[in-house]
Design a binder for this molecule. Structure first.
Ligand code: AZC
Length: 842
């Protein structure tokens, strides 16, 4: 029997609100209550923003009740929990997602309607929580959704950046400009500050080793910064489980640095308080590169230290010996960004808990799991030893100790192999020496995984090859990425979701949580029975409506009118040379030149195409920014050319975001995933497009390969060289270069047209064009002709509309594997040993 805290139980029970089954009258009361009290506004001065805030607060009330129940139950039952450490959580908007999870969208829509508001308009008021760069951050968000939906006790830990990924503006000359993203300015109804959950995090100072040979040390002095917890509720779809994403904000420990204040140095005192707040002020906008920035290292330590302190405190409440820590706690490291958690947990165990080294190392290596997200060398994190020594002197000692013991064991297994020792050392020699974070993550973890089959193979055979030889293959595995079908189908494509539900004849809650059930759609591709034809017609109609919705968005935001009878071709992802937006833009230019060379009669036979791009470039990535500039300027020329604009037009959608993806993805006929083979670890938007019935043009790379396996190769358009050829081709480029004119005359012509100024000042683009002419590291010249051939096949296939629709249905039907529920279950079962914990009603 539950114990009530105080007073009369009946009074408590009578006063407690019911979370489930809110009827429209109580929803209205709740919304209006929030208008009047939380917002202190009156009915006559409420605008859409106010109504959104009041509705969000009403929904939040329902979520909080479930959140409480969930946390109380986890604590009471002492279940094993998993923690997902990610420096990025690209959540997007919450209101729609929460309403769908709670099954409350309809009553809320009706209620708001009666109060004079339109749900769609209110949803549009919400700012994206854009605390991530791209795939890695969005993956973390999908995994949180799946954890809650599957009733798994998983929490996320991250940072509460005051500014998310920058807002992208396009200057008149086509260049990307960056502006801050003050996403918290309207207040964030989805978070709760926990002023009682705070930790002190130390930086700098000195570390004195004990002289007793225990390996312990005392770290003191330096600067202490306060971490304050903000909790974001993660509602599970159609379940009471409501998990938590805990984000840390940095604050000065006291309002200002008292010591300097007393010394009469007011300015310095305030400066140090600024520097504490700076730690969580901004998300670093680089994916796939690290620059060794001091503030970034501070972010990483601040976040892992606060999160571990929180987890250790929670574990201690269980009253178990520390040796059992891994039986109650698993921590997934999302890339190497949280690798400092490994020496930090060692520090806590050694210096604060008196655990001997060997026992501590055993706890650590049974607690952590490391996911690698890229094999690109420039993305592998390294931190300069002098920087680490200054900021985290104790951690550097621990890393050196780990390294010493590790290299001793390597030496034992491979005696006299000095090259191997140098290759595997956690410390890279050089000026300065660097700490190799991926190696530390690898040896400090129980399992290491890549994010798609090919990628996991590459991890084992390239960057961590020596570690596979030393530690054995069984530590290394694959978990192919996944996406949540709640956001990426039900929420972003409600009409298609409704059609699927009706056609499968089951509750949508069933197929949205068992995505393999989509296979039930396959039979509708088989023959021309009236039922099947009607289904296919409706399928096509929905795609068309989604294209109109996108066209409407472009009309409103860019003031441009789109031909919605054309094929919609979409490439949306971070702008990076390895992702090869360059190949796409060169392909578009080639198509334009070909159209220009045709007679009007010939053009009439061409399949009209509209090409969409959305991409942010890291602010310091010069070539990426040039490519954006080229896309924008080519688009201007194309869209203004009366000869061709009906057959080919192009749009660069500025400030690409999760919310914009939700509009673009359901509208695509075809999408492009065209990285140089072996460079895109997985890709996840490829899965989103296919789930929404868009077909895929791609290279044999990342998860494209597994998608093709699932949907059948006849339903994807593959092209390009394969991974094993890439190295040889690069070698050839360096030592036996062949001019572009010889390799691909079509490409040479495109490059010349750009140079000659056809799309504005040619000289501007020269540095970009030269990356292709010289070196061509990403093999544009090698793949260009087969890329064009693949696009020709797309055109041909598109002519047969009925067959195209069948391909589209088959694609959606076979996407079951790519649900993040499947991926998360693999982590939970084979790594964390965490089981579903249903939350009782009361
Ligand atoms: C990305 C990969 O580039 C992408 O292929 C993958 O789908 C995604 O992670 C999720 O696993 N990686 C990153 O965003 N960043 C880094 C540093 O790898």
């Amino acid at each position: 029997k539950e114990r009530w805290p105080r007073g009369d139980e009946a009074t408590w029970r009578a006063a407690m609100r019911e979370a489930d089954g809110g009827d429209e009258a109580s929803i209205a009361r709740s919304i209006i209550g929030h208008v009047q009290t939380s917002l202190a506004r009156e009915a006559y001065n409420i605008d859409d923003l106010g109504a959104y805030q009041a509705a969000a607060l009403a929904v939040r009330d329902d979520m909080i009740l479930n959140w409480n129940k969930t946390q109380v139950h986890y604590n009471k039952t002492q279940v094993k929990r998993a923690y997902y450490f990610s420096l990025e959580f690209l959540m997007g908007r919450t209101l729609d997602n929460a309403l769908l999870a709670l099954g409350a969208k309809k009553p809320y829509t009706n209620t708001l309607d009666r109060l004079g508001f339109n749900m769609e308009d209110l949803l549009d008021q919400e700012r994206d929580a854009a605390l991530g760069n791209g795939g890695l951050g969005r993956l973390a968000a999908c995994y949180l959704d799946s954890s809650a939906a599957q009733e798994l006790p998983v929490w996320g830990y991250g940072l509460r950046y005051k500014y998310g990924i920058f807002k992208q503006l396009i200057a008149p000359d086509g260049q990307q400009l960056e502006a801050p993203d003050p996403w918290l300015d309207n207040q964030n109804p989805w978070e709760l500050v926990r002023l009682d959950v705070t930790y002190e995090v130390r930086f700098y100072g000195t570390s004195k080793r004990a002289t007793d040979g225990s390996g312990r040390a005392v770290w003191s002095g330096g600067q202490e910064v306060l971490a304050v917890a903000y909790d974001v509720m993660i509602p599970g779809y159609a379940t009471r489980t409501t998990n938590n994403l805990r984000l840390w904000e940095s604050k000065p420990k006291s309002g200002f640095d008292l010591q300097s204040f007393n010394a009469g140095d007011y300015e310095h005192a305030v400066e140090s308080s600024n520097s504490a707040a700076a730690i969580t002020s901004v998300l670093y906008p680089n994916d796939h590169t690290t620059f060794g920035k001091e503030l970034r290292l501070k972010q990483q330590y601040f976040w892992t230290a606060a999160s571990l302190a929180d987890i250790v405190r929670r574990f201690k409440n269980l009253d178990k010996p520390l040796s059992e820590f891994p039986q109650y706690v698993s921590i997934q490291l999302n890339d190497t960004h949280p690798t400092l958690a490994i020496p930090e947990l060692m520090r806590i165990l050694l210096d604060e808990e008196d655990v001997p080294w060997a026992a501590a190392w055993k706890i650590v290596t049974n607690t952590f799991f490391y996911t690698n997200h890229t094999v690109l060398p420039e993305a592998l994190e390294k931190w300069a030893v002098p920087l680490m020594e200054q900021i985290l002197p104790r951690h550097l000692q621990i890393i050196y100790d780990i390294n010493l013991l590790f290299l001793q064991s390597v030496e034992k297994k491979f005696p006299g192999d000095r090259d191997r020792l140098a290759r595997m050392s956690l410390i890279e020699e050089g000026f300065p020496k660097q700490v190799r974070m991926a190696f530390l993550a690898c040896i400090g973890s129980h399992k290491v995984n890549g994010v798609a089959e090919l990628h996991s193979e590459l991890v084992k055979t390239t960057i961590l090859k020596d570690f596979v030889e030393f530690e054995g293959i069984s530590k290394f595995s694959n978990v192919t990425n996944g996406i949540t079908p709640r956001r990426w189908l039900d929420q972003c494509n409600p009409a298609l979701s409704a059609l699927i539900t009706k056609t499968l004849g089951i509750d949508k809650k069933i197929w949205l949580k068992n995505l393999d059930r989509l296979e039930g759609l396959l039979e509708y591709t088989e023959d021309n029975a009236a039922r099947n034809k009607a289904f296919r017609a409706r399928w096509a109609e929905i795609k068309q409506a989604n294209k109109e919705r996108l066209a409407h968005y472009v009309q409103i935001h860019l003031g441009l009118t789109i031909n919605t009878n054309a094929m919609f071709d979409v490439q949306i992802k971070r702008l990076h040379e390895y992702k090869r937006q360059s190949l796409n833009i060169c392909g578009v230019i080639h198509r334009y030149l070909t159209l220009k060379g045709m007679t009007p009669a010939q053009r009439k036979k061409v399949n009209p195409r509209v090409v969409f791009f959305g991409a942010k470039a890291a602010p310091g990535y010069y070539i990426a920014k040039l490519i954006i500039r080229l896309i924008v300027n080519v688009a201007r020329v194309l869209n203004a050319d009366p000869d061709t604009k009906d057959y080919l037009s192009m749009y660069f959608i500025p400030d690409y975001s999760v919310s914009i993806a939700e509009i673009l993805i359901p509208a695509s006929d075809i999408s492009q995933h065209i990285s140089t083979a072996g460079t895109e670890a997985s890709g996840t938007s490829n899965m989103k497009f296919c789930l929404n019935g868009g077909l895929l043009v791609g290279t044999v790379d990342g998860a494209n390969i597994e998608i093709a396996e699932a949907v059948g190769e006849s339903n994807v358009f593959f092209f390009g060289h394969l991974t094993p050829a890439v190295e040889d081709l690069r070698y050839q480029h360096t030592y036996h270069p062949i001019p572009v004119e010889q390799k691909s005359p079509a490409l040479a012509r495109v490059l010349d047209e750009v140079s000659s100024g056809r799309f504005g000042d040619g000289w501007v683009y020269e540095p970009f064009l030269n990356t292709i002419r010289e070196g061509d590291y990403y093999l544009i010249t090698d793949d260009f002709d087969s890329y064009l051939a693949a696009l020709d096949m797309v055109d041909e296939a598109y002519l047969d509309k009925d067959e195209w629709v069948k391909k589209s249905i088959r694609t959606t039907a076979k996407m079951g594997k790519f649900s993040s529920d499947r991926a998360l279950t693999e982590y939970a079962e084979s790594f964390w040993n965490v089981e579903p914990v249903p939350i009782p009603k009361n």
